[in-house]
Design a protein around this ligand. Structure first.
Ligand code: AMP
Ligand code: MG
Length: 408
């Protein structure tokens, strides 16, 4: 069983996820660099990442039910909940569970009388103190048995680009350190492809068109001719950043996307704005300037109507380029991801387009739509199995078209 620890570090988020080759996600832990205005300062973000890396790693291992075990000069990360489950199975009925809360996955065991068991700080914790004591004795016995562990982390994946140079360096550094000390393989994967792969895993999609809409990115991606390609993108700023910039104009605070969504629900009148689709691409700078001028002329404009109109225009533009890609490539599935994917109006526009075309639509919870380590782990496993050539360095401008992938 391949079990990968994946590191995400392309921008504001430093995240570690642990995933196995069946696609089970044991943990997905992160810290996010935040400023009042929402911009990412690359060096400051990298400083936070380097300071927090060890804490994120500890939490990812704990949440997954893995512990660090050292016998002699050998070090490994062992799936201790699995070892415990094996041990207990003829004495108790044991269920394995996963919490699905956003920002964190958490794996634990439930024994037959409802007692919960998890790992924290290299110890077994439980809702029953007596059982906890007994389990820790067993756990200490298990720890001496390095050769008999069936399941341990055996692949390190990291996000090698595209992204910000200073933050990419932090992730690659930790990945190499872990691969050396654990003596296991390492693979550098493409961040954009990882966003696609986690949507496919979650929705059980085979060959979708993906709309990735985050702060910095806005892209239409799909597999064609042996590689993932960018079929359309923003020619200037990402949709998330655009909404945040508008938010600054309107003093809405950061992040503005959710606030614009709320205001838009009460909007009634459609204010005409520029509609700027160029072939498969969009651009947003002109719309921003138009809105800025509109506000300069009329400070009493209804924020509800303006928010509503912004959403209707921008999301229609996005739906149009996605539909064009679907028609051109004859695809049967559409996936939506990135921070802006949380928007209900965008989801419903894409959904109706897909219903009209009788094709599938799917998105992912925020935990997997934002930058996350789980998607990097999962892509690492896929690439490892298909012998896709990753890179063992970093590339801040790494485009997916350059990567040959035999099938999806
Ligand atoms: P990411 O870069 O993937 O972390 O996404 C962050 C971006 O998503 C920010 O620009 C937010 O304003 C935007 N965002 C978050 N929630 C929503 C929402 N409900 N509607 C629109 N944009 C959103
Ligand atoms: Mg991203």
């Amino acid at each position: 069983m391949i079990i990968s620890l994946g590191i995400e570090c392309t921008a504001h988020t430093f995240s570690i996820g642990i995933v196995d080759e069946r696609g089970k996600i044991y943990s997905n832990t992160r810290v996010i660099f935040k400023t009042e205005k929402g911009g990412v300062h690359p060096r400051e973000a990298a400083e936070l990442h380097s300071k927090e890396a060890i804490n994120v790693l500890k939490k990812a291992l704990n949440n997954a039910g893995f512990v660090k075990i050292k016998v002699g000069d050998k070090l490994c990360f062992v799936d201790v909940l699995y070892e415990l489950k094996k041990y207990l199975e003829n004495k108790f009925t044991v269920f394995e569970r996963f919490h699905e809360e956003p920002w964190n996955r958490y794996r634990y065991l439930i024994l037959n009388d409802g007692v919960e068991v998890w790992v924290e700080d290299q110890k077994i914790k439980s809702t029953d103190e007596e059982i906890e004591k007994k389990l820790n004795k067993i756990f200490n016995r298990i720890k001496r048995d390095l050769n008999n562990f069936e399941r341990k982390i055996n692949l390190i994946s990291y996000s090698a680009g595209p992204g910000l140079y200073p933050t990419l360096v932090q992730g690659a550094f930790l990945a190499k350190e872990l691969s050396n000390t654990l003596n296991i393989k390492i693979i550098g994967v493409n961040h954009l492809i990882a966003h696609i792969e986690i949507v496919k895993l979650y929705n059980n999609f085979k060959d979708p068109v993906i709309l990735l809409v985050s702060g910095a990115n806005t892209m239409v991606l799909a597999y064609e001719g042996g590689r993932y390609r960018v079929f359309g993108e923003t020619l200037d700023i990402g949709v998330g950043n655009f909404l945040d910039k508008i938010g600054r104009l309107l003093s809405l605070g950061f992040p503005a996307g959710p606030k614009i969504e709320k205001l838009a629900e009460k909007g009634k009148k459609l204010i005409e704005l520029p509609y700027t689709v160029k072939g498969m691409d969009i651009h947003l700078g002109g719309i921003y300037t138009y809105i800025k001028n509109l506000l300069d002329r009329d400070r009493n404009i209804s924020l509800e109507d303006l928010s509503y109109s912004i959403q209707e225009h921008i999301f229609a533009m996005l739906t149009e380029i996605v539909e064009r890609a679907v028609a051109h490539l004859n695809k049967k599935e559409v996936g939506l991801t990135g921070g802006v994917a949380a928007n209900r109006r965008l989801q419903s526009m894409l959904k109706s387009m897909c219903e009209e075309r009788k094709i599938k639509f799917g998105t992912v919870p925020l935990d997997f739509a934002n930058d996350n380590g789980a998607m990097i782990s999962w892509t690492g496993i896929l690439w490892f199995k298909k012998s896709v050539k990753g890179i063992n360095t970093i590339d801040p401008y790494w485009r997916p078209e350059g990567i040959e992938i035999t099938d999806t």
